[in-house]
Ligand binder design. Structure first.
Ligand code: NAD
Ligand code: ZN
Length: 232
């Protein structure tokens, strides 16, 4: 892989599974006991803000009990050492990539440790529980909500992500089921511009068909091995 310069890496819930965070679709099809329509949609927030806020309060509190694993550490080491362009695009709302030390990182689906003002759009760093109707320190309105991109909302930084993929020589997808768009379509853009495409996942994903190569196994083993190959 020594003719590569620009890399885009997409990560999903699978990279944080070995840290002890539940993936999105467990065997029962629920995320931590909830149907996604009940906690991850604008309609759910409008219908029962208390439930949605409590759900994300629990996920935020759980971050204190977990730590980055070998896969997050390996990507942070690659970020630090890679001389070309590199962008880690995560669908995860946890903070494990940054706690491992990754710097070139976009949280396309938002962050647990942020609150978003639905009135003025200000994002505010947040570590405590977030009661519904908390006051925004920008506009003063009682409109703070979890800074999470719900189903039906526009992911963050799509232009920057698209530009990075269009410049990429290598696109890697790690621990994602390939079921949630637009992230699931990134591999097709990467192929279109002639990038090499590599998938690392525990199980074959809905989009495995699009990748030049799929390696199956736990992220804590596959990701450090890939980083060793890239940094030789
Ligand atoms: P998903 O649950 O749909 O898919 C997880 C994928 O990871 C599966 O393909 C599974 O085979 C794979 N996997 C499981 N354990 C693995 C391991 N140890 N090593 C490698 N792969 C493993 O998750 P997704 O595709 O990220 O779904 C997208 C949505 O899930 C996003 O919107 C994201 O915000 C949300 N989500 C985030 C978190 C988090 O922040 N930690 C947790 C759950 C869900
Ligand atoms: Zn505000």
């Amino acid at each position: 892989m020594n003719d590569l310069r620009n890399i885009v890496i997409l990560t999903g819930a699978g990279i944080s599974a070995e840290s002890g965070l539940a993936t999105f679709r467990g065997p029962d099809g629920l995320w931590e006991g909830h149907r996604v329509e009940d906690v991850c949609t604008p309609e759910a927030l409008a219908r029962d803000a208390g439930l949605v806020h409590r759900f994300y309060d629990e996920r935020r509190a759980k971050l204190a009990e977990v730590a980055p694993n070998a896969a997050h550490e390996a990507l942070a080491a690659l970020d630090a050492a890679w001389p070309g362009d590199l962008l880690i695009v995560t669908q995860n709302v946890d903070d494990l990539h940054e706690r491992a030390g990754a710097r070139r990182l976009i949280h396309m689906h938002g962050e647990l440790k942020s609150a978003l003002c639905a009135a003025c759009g200000k994002a505010i760093g947040w570590v405590d529980p977030l009661p519904p109707a908390s006051l925004c320190d920008g506009c003063g309105k009682p409109r703070l909500r979890p800074d999470i991109v719900f189903f039906g909302e526009m992911p963050y930084e799509m232009e920057a992500i698209d530009a990075a993929i269009r410049d990429a020589d290598l696109f890697v997808s790690i621990g994602t089921s390939g079921a949630v768009y637009p992230a699931a379509g990134f591999v097709q853009t990467a192929r279109h511009v002639g990038a090499r495409t590599l998938e690392l996942n525990l199980d074959p994903s809905a989009g495995s068909f699009y990748f030049d190569e799929t390696r199956l196994g736990p992220a804590s083993e596959l990701v450090p091995a890939m980083v060793r190959e890239l940094l030789v």
